[in-house]
Design a protein. Structure first.
Length: 271
């Protein structure tokens, strides 16, 4: 099913409903929730998923598992999705918070085949077999570190959302503490209690995740400069340490700003 509204088929008696959707650049799916769990795969582009608990950045060829009845919004950056909407009773193992996962070749091909089904596909035929295999493959996925956790209190959430929208290497704990009228020590302690990590570590991860959508249209050198890193090498080291892959995996053009060939031409994301 392609470009079909979920509400038009949600009533169909199938545990798994595959839907493919093409979105215009920069499209925002504002806050909403689904009765079903969702497996949201970006065949192209980058997605940024927000919930009350955190923000998940989904690079190309990855997917995010969204629990049923979870209020969320999604920013689509050049995205064509292949989604599965799954009855919660069919997946008791589904995570209770969002989770970004890799999409290996078999799972990708199953998704591409499934979105061509009619909503009432034959459960005893090819459609039913593919739907069952999809759930087995998704259950085998493990989480990738493409997210930051949100604090519990509204005033700290506001600081974090503002930073995610415009990461600034010049922001310090003292700056944030002053914004909420707290001492730096008390602020740092409270932030760590609510997120599990220090404000400085949180900001470093947020800057790393902010680089992923930027790398769609800019070189490694350009992104490093835009996000305030001392050099492309420093950015590459921080990015690789945080996410397990170099930023060149997500570029679409050669980084012409580095000398000596240390940054290679863009390569497709790991599949």
């Amino acid at each position: 099913m392609r470009n079909i509204a979920l509400e038009d088929v949600d009533h169909v008696d199938r545990a798994v409903l595959p839907i493919g959707t093409d979105y215009p650049p920069g499209h925002l799916l504002d806050w909403h929730e689904h009765r079903r769990a969702q497996f949201l795969y970006g065949a192209t582009g980058v997605m940024v998923v927000d919930t009350a608990d955190g923000t998940w950045t989904v690079p190309p060829e990855r997917a995010v598992l969204i629990p049923a009845a979870t209020r969320h919004r999604v920013r689509m950056l050049g995205v064509s999705t292949r989604s599965l909407y799954v009855e919660p009773d069919a997946v008791p193992w589904w995570p209770t918070t969002c989770m970004v996962v890799d999409v290996p070749p078999l799972l990708r091909e199953l998704l591409l085949a499934a979105v061509e089904f009619e909503a009432d596909y034959d459960l005893s035929g090819r459609g039913g077999a593919i739907a069952a295999l999809l759930l087995h493959e998704i259950a085998a996925r493990t989480p990738l570190p493409f997210h930051v956790r949100m604090p519990a209190s509204a005033e700290l959430v506001a600081l974090c959302r503002e930073y995610l929208a415009a990461p600034d290497a010049g922001v310090t704990n003292a700056v944030w503490a002053a914004r909420v009228a707290m001492s730096e020590r008390a602020f740092t302690r409270r932030f760590r209690t609510e997120t599990g990590e220090s404000p400085a570590v949180w900001r470093a991860r947020a800057r790393t995740l902010a680089a992923v959508p930027l790398l769609r249209t800019a070189s490694v050198s350009e992104v490093a400069g835009r996000l305030g890193y001392a050099s492309p090498a420093a950015f590459t080291a921080a990015f690789s340490r945080a996410l397990g892959v170099p930023p060149s995996r997500f570029t679409t053009s050669r980084d012409r700003g580095d000398r000596g060939g240390r940054v290679r031409p863009a390569q497709p994301a790991t599949r």
